[in-house]
Design a protein around this ligand. Structure first.
Ligand SMILES: [Zn+2]
Length: 234
């Protein structure tokens, strides 16, 4: 990534970008405050038009200021800022370039979710919130961080889903807003914690929801989504 390009957006577009950046920084700080990441790991992005604002690489979120706005186009060319974008840019861009309708992506190393990624190829459907993520959450096979291979594996695992786990690595969720993407991460981490807790009881295996039970919830959530967010096409 180039460090020399410094873009400035003026007018209404500039205001939209500034507000989105503020929300992005708040969301990134929340991942740390809520214990979903440690230090500068994990990353967050939000799409404004054809620009993707992303957290820069290696800068603690509590130090990010309005002037640190970092943005790339959908091909990954830096169009805003001088800080180097997150090394996980290929994953973020893959989500936006695919026909997902995503406006925001959250990637964390949440401990329970990452623990589940070491154990199974798919999180068993232990709770009806599984349906809110599109169905049982898959684990993308391991690939090195920041690689195109990881981005491809993630996209496969996201088919028909709004979240997935990355084997021996963490979580990825997207949504039509930063709040929605963040909430999906929190729900995913909570479900992973739930499954780990229940499955750690000796001599017992957790009961799971059936496909019919999940389909019923999917129907209900669909109605709910239309009332709260008309742009939700996922
Ligand atoms: Zn990561």
């Amino acid at each position: 990534m180039t460090r020399s390009r410094v873009g400035r957006v003026g007018g209404a577009a500039g205001e939209r970008a500034a507000t989105a950046w503020e929300e992005l920084v708040a969301t990134a700080r929340r991942t740390v405050a809520d214990g979903l990441v440690v230090g500068t790991s994990g990353n967050v992005s939000v799409r404004v038009g054809d620009t993707v604002l992303v957290t820069p690489s290696g800068v603690p979120y509590d130090r990010l200021a309005p002037d640190d706005m970092t943005g790339v186009d959908l091909d990954g060319r830096q169009v805003l800022g001088t800080l180097v974008p997150t090394s996980e840019l290929p994953m973020h861009l893959a989500v936006y370039r695919a026909d997902t309708g995503a406006r925001a992506v959250v990637h964390t190393h949440a401990v329970h979710a990452t623990a589940v990624s070491l154990l199974v190829p798919e999180l068993p459907p232990v709770h009806y919130m599984t349906a809110a993520l599109g169905g049982p959450v898959r684990v993308a096979p391991y690939a090195a961080y920041g690689s195109d291979e990881l981005a491809r594996a993630m996209l496969d695992a996201l088919t028909g889903r709004t979240g997935c786990l990355l084997q021996n690595h963490g979580t990825v969720t997207y949504g039509t807003s930063l709040d929605q993407a963040y909430d999906r991460t929190a729900q995913l981490e909570w479900m992973c914690r739930l499954w780990l807790t229940a499955s750690s009881v000796p001599g017992r295996s957790p009961s799971l929801l059936t496909e019919t039970q999940l389909a019923e919830v999917t129907e209900r959530l669909r109605g709910y989504g239309q009332r709260t967010d008309e742009r939700d096409g996922s």
